[in-house]
Design a protein around this ligand. Sequence first.
Ligand code: NI
Ligand code: MN
Length: 226
Amino acid sequence: MKITYFGHNSFAIEIKQKHILIDPFISASPLLNGKINILDLKADYILLTHAHQDHSLDAEAIAKNTGAIIVSNFEIATHYENKGITVHPMNIGGSWNFDFGKVKYVVAHHTSSFADGSYGGQPGGFVIEGEHKNIYIAGDTALTMDMKLIPIHTKLDIAILPIGDNFTMGIEDAIIASQFIECDKIIGCHYDTFGYIVIDHEDAKRKFYNANKDLMLLELGESIEL
Ligand code: NI
Ligand code: MN
């Protein structure tokens, strides 16, 4: 499993030679400043945690360019299906075996609407079991007791958790989340993109370290291999 960070909640995950994009917010990302051309991105699947523009902005253009299948909740999937894109609709608590692994769409406490205000269903996160490595992508969420359900089914190797506060969990709650999900290796996301969510990197890493957790803050475009 190879994980590449594009800022905010945008990641590319490679499992079994399949390219999975998470929440592509790239063309207008203040972090990237146009450094990545969305037409250069490979995608077999695009997983959307929720409809907010800072997660879904480039999904349509990338899906049309690559033929990728958009995987999300029923409302978001239907939104893209109506634009002629191939989709796979899911809903909270449901799993599906894709050709790269098993995906479960899990609870997130947040909201979900498109930029025009139309309904984007219930927001969620994804647990992916693929190639003997399991990853949890929390999406935008508060700390929630539902996170305790995840390790009942899945022994996680790594988790991508929001840490920017204001719109999602902050550092302290993300540390508790990493305890709830019983995962020691955390990739931080949803920080530094906007003024509301700027964080102190060293302070964040130290707080995780003091809780016996490893917080990774990847550079833009940086990949890690599991
Ligand atoms: Ni959001
Ligand atoms: Mn967001």
